[in-house]
Design a protein around this ligand. Structure first.
Ligand code: MLC
Ligand code: AMP
Length: 504
């Protein structure tokens, strides 16, 4: 038997050798066989080398979903480069920080996003080229020389994925090819993903869920996916009715919308082999309603940018609502006391720690943050709180890190607060998450003004071009003062309680 591939792009090459004509991706009516996608990947790699990219240099992908995003991803790997995926909603402050911190030399982007990037180009001396899809990309790829790429090694850095930070600025999680391969292999094994599978992939490809689970799993298994530009509930429902898919992956907001859509439709989709939910907690009510209406028990799993997938309900066996199951194959997880860091007995709530070949190597340029996140035995602190039952099923019950998850996107209050502090007339600010029917949680800002006439609209205008839209507060509430403890620290739970009372 051949050794396991050292990288995802090597897995793609092997499937291409074996079954070049097999469908890999379908996108807006176009068919991408393994051979076609692989050819495109090689062209990207050759063009990047001809342009002058050296091993280990960073290439950003600031692109909407398309096969070219995936070809650029794997092509960068084949050229020896490191990919920095960038959320398409990011605005100037986020872009400036990520591009600067990662030292991005080249970025692939599209017409819609290019202007946003142009705003900060002048402040990014390391960014030598921003290649836009279309004519610019054609001429970039057209200049490819005869470079014979060699597949990356396991130990090479593959991705720097930015995950919002507790310190206000996001941190780059460094993942090696071996982390990506180990995680993808574990996912394929646990969910029995085979080359017969056809995935409906409507998640964005700049985050772990869409890219590292949906796309990488497809390439690793030699399977196929129908890639969508974005999730649209009516179209997804119609596609599920059409019945050619075996799997669908989504965040809970997508399932909530599918349930609402089902309530207005007479027809129900046929059973798929697997529906998976993750990135945020799926409510037991949604789980049960989905089973009632769609006749299927959703498999809920738990992951993170730094680690890929950690815990999963079983493919065969009981999928228990409100839990995230057990560790994936070859991985470990435990619950420890938040203060003593000692493992806790079954049923007690503490912080979840994970260990295994899937876990990232550390934060880019941040040895301090890396050191804080790992103990000497290699356990990584996730910042999520939970417990584990006698039978090994984990339940997530909260977070020790200050994080708001809105529709599967993470928002760190500190980051929003830092930006808001720059608004003229804002003296103090505290950002919290409140329950939201649609997105699970919503971002709310409480502000103490030193300019009494400051309005909510002016605060919104100030934020307009600074932050991704999903991070912007849905409400801005002005208060006389923020509740603080004797040390002067803002008591976020009191802020939250005050807002809930006010709303009620
Ligand atoms: C969009 N909007 C949101 C939002 N998504 N607001 C709050 N939270 C969200 N998640 C806002 C937009 O900013 C815009 O506001 C308005 O809603 C309409 O935008 P849209 O683009 O039409 O929204 P829509 O397509 O409906 O987006 C909803 C969604 C999307 C659920 C499809 O949020 C989504 O794709 N979420 C998935 C995120 C994801 O992949 N997470 C995985 C992270 S990896 P305005 O004001 O501009 O009009 C991870 C690890 C793991 O967590 O375990 O997987
Ligand atoms: P990210 O940093 O975007 O990768 O988000 C990772 C975070 O999403 C985790 O630390 C959890 O807080 C959360 N998360 C992922 N999956 C689940 C889940 N199934 N249930 C609850 N929270 C989840």
């Amino acid at each position: 038997m051949r050794a396991r591939p050292a990288s995802i792009v090597e897995a793609l090459s092997r499937h291409t050798e074996h079954a070049p004509e097999k469908l890999c991706l379908r996108f807006e009516g176009e068919w991408w066989t393994y051979e076609r996608l692989h050819g495109r990947v090689e062209t990207f790699a050759a063009a990047l080398r001809s342009w002058g990219l050296s091993s280990g240099e960073r290439v950003a992908l600031f692109l909407r979903n398309s096969p070219d995003l995936l070809a650029a991803y794997l092509g960068t790997h084949l050229a020896g480069g490191v990919v920095v995926p960038v959320n398409t909603q990011y605005r100037q402050v986020e872009l400036q920080h990520i591009f600067d911190d990662a030292g991005v030399r080249l970025c692939f982007t599209d017409e819609e996003r290019q202007p946003e990037l142009e705003h900060v180009r002048g402040d990014l001396p390391q960014l030598e080229a921003a290649v836009e899809l279309g004519e610019e990309l054609d001429s970039f790829l057209g200049a490819a020389g005869a470079y014979k790429p060699s597949p990356p090694r396991e130990e090479d850095l593959a991705v720097i994925a930015y995950t919002s930070g507790t310190t206000g600025r996001s941190k780059g999680a460094m993942l090696r090819h071996r982390n990506l391969v180990a995680n993808t292999m574990a996912v394929c094994e646990a969910w029995q993903w085979t080359d017969d599978d056809h995935l409906l992939l409507s998640l964005p490809l700049f985050h772990t869920h869409g890219l590292m689970v949906g796309a990488q799993g497809t390439f690793f298994a030699g399977a196929s996916a129908e890639l969508w530009r974005k999730f649209d509930v009516t179209e997804v429902y119609d596609a599920l009715l059409e019945g050619s898919f075996t799997m669908f992956f989504g965040v809970p907001t997508m399932y909530t919308r599918l349930l609402r859509e089902a309530a207005t439709r007479g027809e129900r989709p046929q059973a798929l082999r697997l529906y998976v939910s993750g990135s945020a907690a799926l409510s037991p009510q949604a789980f049960e309603e989905f089973e009632r209406l769609f006749g299927e028990r959703i498999l809920e799993r738990y992951g993170m940018t730094e680690t890929g997938m950690n815990l999963t309900n079983p493919y065969e066996g009981e999928r228990r609502p409100g839990t995230v199951g057990r560790p994936f194959p070859s991985q470990e997880a435990r619950v420890v006391d938040v203060d003593t860091r000692e493992p806790l007995p079954a049923g007690e709530i503490g912080e979840i720690e994970v260990r295994g070949p899937h876990v990232f190597v550390g934060y880019w340029n941040r040895p301090d943050a890396t050191e804080e996140s790992f103990d000497e035995d290699g356990w990584f602190s996730t910042g999520d709180l939970g417990s584990v039952g006698e039978d090994g099923y984990f339940t997530i019950s909260g977070r020790s890190k200050e994080l708001i998850i809105s529709g599967g996107y993470n928002v760190y209050p500190r980051e929003v607060e830092e930006v808001l502090k720059g608004c003229f007339g804002v003296a103090e600010v505290a950002v919290v998450g409140l329950p939201d029917e649609e997105f699970g949680e919503q971002v709310v800002a409480t502000v103490v003004r030193d300019l009494p006439e400051l309005t909510e609209e002016e605060v919104r205008d100030f934020l307009e071009d600074k932050l991704a839209s999903y991070k912007k507060p849905r409400r801005v509430v002005f208060v006389e003062e923020l509740p603080r403890n004797t040390m002067g620290k803002v008591l976020k739970h009191k802020v939250r309680e005050g807002l809930v009372e006010q709303k009620g």
